[in-house]
Ligand binder design. Structure first.
Ligand code: MN
Length: 230
């Protein structure tokens, strides 16, 4: 077997509540999965179903670490989201079987260069650099799914505070695609694999961030994530 010609990239990982580390393969994200957020972004959720985009695996930021204010934007925004960690891969997964593919859940923040995203929408260009930049995915500890933790979350309050002030509040029950439906739908497009993370969309109340802001996202029964914009 030939040798690697440069050092192998470091495997991104997210700590778990059980003291382990979850290796991250890919990060898939759902767009407009809460009706009120779709409306605040100028869309009609009754006419346009949710859709997918991605971030690179090494965009993850562990709980408590800082996220640098990114270059090339004047409008960084927060989106608090339920994150699903896939432990068992598969394609064409049935909705009824989907939760058996979940290793656990976490709270994440989909940091967004909103000005670049708006320009990309206007020009019909990809969202990659509006969504998939360095340190664009702070994610809290992953809690294993199952009865011990009470986490197979289909309902529960999801919120985000910035410097202690409530900015986003919603309920997982308001997701247009449930976790199971999201897994099933995505698995029709790609073969899911262990290590994949799914960021399942944000409730309404997204807004701008400045350097020094402290973000705390929380979901009932799942936990929290804290990050500072540095
Ligand atoms: Mn999002």
């Amino acid at each position: 077997m030939s040798e690697l010609v440069i050092p192998a990239p470091t495997l991104p990982t997210v700590p778990t509540s059980t003291g382990g580390r979850f290796p991250v393969r890919r990060v898939f994200c759902v767009g407009r999965n809460y009706a009120a957020h779709a409306r605040e972004m100028g869309h009609d959720p009754d006419r346009e179903p949710p859709f997918f985009f991605t971030k690179p695996a090494d965009a993850v930021v562990v709980d408590g670490a800082g996220a640098p204010f990114p270059t090339m934007t004047a409008r960084l925004e927060h989106e608090v989201e339920l994150v699903v960690a896939i432990g068992v891969g598969g394609s064409d997964i049935a909705v009824a079987d989907a939760l058996a593919h979940v290793w656990g859940y976490a709270v994440g923040i989909d940091l967004t260069r909103r000005d670049l995203q708006a320009e990309a929408k206007r020009l019909g260009r990809p969202w990659d650099l509006a969504k998939g930049f360095d340190a664009s995915a702070p994610i809290g500890a992953i809690v294993p799914a199952g009865p011990e933790t009470g986490t197979d979350p289909t309902t529960g309050r999801i919120e985000l505070r910035v410097n202690g002030e409530l900015r986003q509040a919603g309920d997982l029950a308001d997701q247009i695609w449930s976790v199971a439906e999201t897994i099933a739908e995505l698995s029709r497009f790609v073969e899911l694999a262990p290590g994949d993370l799914l960021m399942t969309g944000t409730p309404d109340g997204v807004g701008p961030l400045d350097r020094g802001d402290v973000l705390v996202g929380a979901i009932d029964g799942v936990g929290s994530v804290t990050t500072t914009i540095v």
